[in-house]
Design a protein around this ligand. Structure first.
Ligand SMILES: *Cc1c(COP(=O)(O)O)cnc(C)c1O
Length: 398
């Protein structure tokens, strides 16, 4: 790692990159290796690899406790969890979701021929705007799926009120929200059900994995059957089901990661504070704030780049950082409604979501997590400041 002192030091202008090794967004958090290998050995010793094994059951129990929810059903990944839960609550027709999310939120519906109706966000929170949600309800609407983007809870109480008033199902894509709360209450028990993802990039990972959380006993039972081809017992099938089971190796990873979760969270929090301090007062650049009164995992360090003030666009800044081996990401760009297949479907023709489009042109996620510390943040922020100070010159050269 070397610090940049003058604009010609920037890698995009021919200088050597600041970082020898690439800094990624969403590098996996891995817990104690010895503990993990011990669990792997146990799996082989028991010769019980999948089908609701003891580690999956233990993992589910631990998540139930942490998220203060009655049922946790572990699933092979978050997307399949979304597909199973939408089917289990009986969604069809149209379901209102934000466009400003990872594409899986929309695909999980479209895959089942349910139409995702894209709603704009509140520019302060980057989450679903409840007022807009209500305007999109039609006779075909059967549900709403909020997303707790970056682990920052969406407006749960407003969405709950709307769902009640219109007799709609309410689900939450809580893929980012492991270990997070909303108004002091742990995420997991809101709406009919909530879905976590344990993909490798998430704060807690099981290589690939997900879970459905709910307080509804009947629904939990249905989901358990659906996860296992609809089997009720050894040879009775009661529902259309799929193979959504989590295996024991994945659960071993999850259990081991959970034991280090406080460390992951503390590292992310320290990085968030360091970035926020270092970027304070930099014109046109803001770190998206977390509400520190809530439980947060601080897994996403997101900046907004206001080109009019910063003098440089998010995309140019992103190119400059990539040249320095900082693989910043445009989370989420360009919005689901401008991605395929939605962008070319007649249903979405002419759809404009001004706040989503603005956010997706300004936001940039930076690396955080265990691979990033004070010195990386210091060098990285120096690059940002140098770029802004020479915005005019850089614009003419790039
Ligand atoms: C990661 C993610 C998913 C999908 O989860 P997988 O476990 O990767 O299938 C869904 N929604 C959002 C918002 C995500 O970030």
């Amino acid at each position: 790692m070397r610090d940049k002192e003058k604009v010609s030091d920037l890698a995009i202008l021919g200088g050597p990159p600041a970082f020898h090794e690439k800094l990624h967004v969403g590098r996996p958090n891995i817990g104690d290796r010895e503990k993990l290998f011990e669990r792997f050995r146990g799996v082989l010793d028991r010769n019980w690899l999948t089908n609701n094994g003891p580690l999956v059951q233990e993992f589910e129990k631990k998540i139930q406790e942490l998220h203060a929810v009655k049922h946790c059903i572990a699933i092979c990944n978050g997307t399949v969890a979304l597909e199973i839960v939408t089917r289990a609550v009986g969604l069809s027709g149209e379901v209102i979701i934000p466009s400003f999310t990872f594409i899986a939120t929309a695909h999980a519906l479209q895959w089942q021929e349910i139409t995702p109706v894209f709603c704009d966000i509140n520019p302060q929170t980057y989450n679903l705007d409840p007022e807009q949600v209500e305007k999109l309800i039609t006779p075909r609407t059967t549900g709403i799926m909020g997303v707790h983007l970056w682990g920052r809870a969406c407006d749960v109480s407003a969405l709950t009120a709307i769902a009640r008033k219109h007799n709609l199902k309410l689900l939450f894509d809580a893929s980012h929200a492991f270990g997070c709360s909303s108004q002091g209450e742990m995420i997991g028990g809101f709406g009919n059900a909530e879905v976590l993802s344990f993909h490798a990039t998430k704060v807690l990972n099981t290589f690939e994995g997900g879970a459905i959380l709910t307080n509804d006993d009947e629904l939990a039972k249905r989901i358990r059957y659906m996860r296992n081809f609809g089997f009720q017992d050894y040879d009775t099938v009661v529902y259309l089901g799929i193979n959504g089971k989590m295996n024991e190796i994945c659960a071993a990873m999850g259990l081991t990661g959970m034991e280090s979760f406080e460390k992951f969270q503390a590292t992310n929090y320290r990085n968030y504070q360091a970035y926020s301090r270092a970027l304070e007062g930099v014109p046109g650049i803001k770190v998206v704030p977390y509400n520190e009164k809530e439980k947060c995992n601080y897994q996403y360090l997101v900046l907004t780049v206001d080109e009019k003030v910063a003098g440089i666009s998010r995309d140019v800044l992103s190119r400059i950082l990539h040249a320095e081996n900082v693989l910043a990401r445009r989370y989420f760009f360009p919005g689901c409604h401008r991605m395929q297949p939605y962008a070319s479907m007649p249903f979405y023709k002419g759809l404009r979501l001004p706040e989503t489009e603005k956010a997706s042109s300004q936001l940039l996620a930076l690396p955080t997590g265990l691979a990033v510390g004070e010195s990386e943040i210091h060098s990285l922020v120096k690059i940002i400041k140098l770029s802004l100070a020479h915005a005019h010159e850089l614009k003419s050269k790039l």
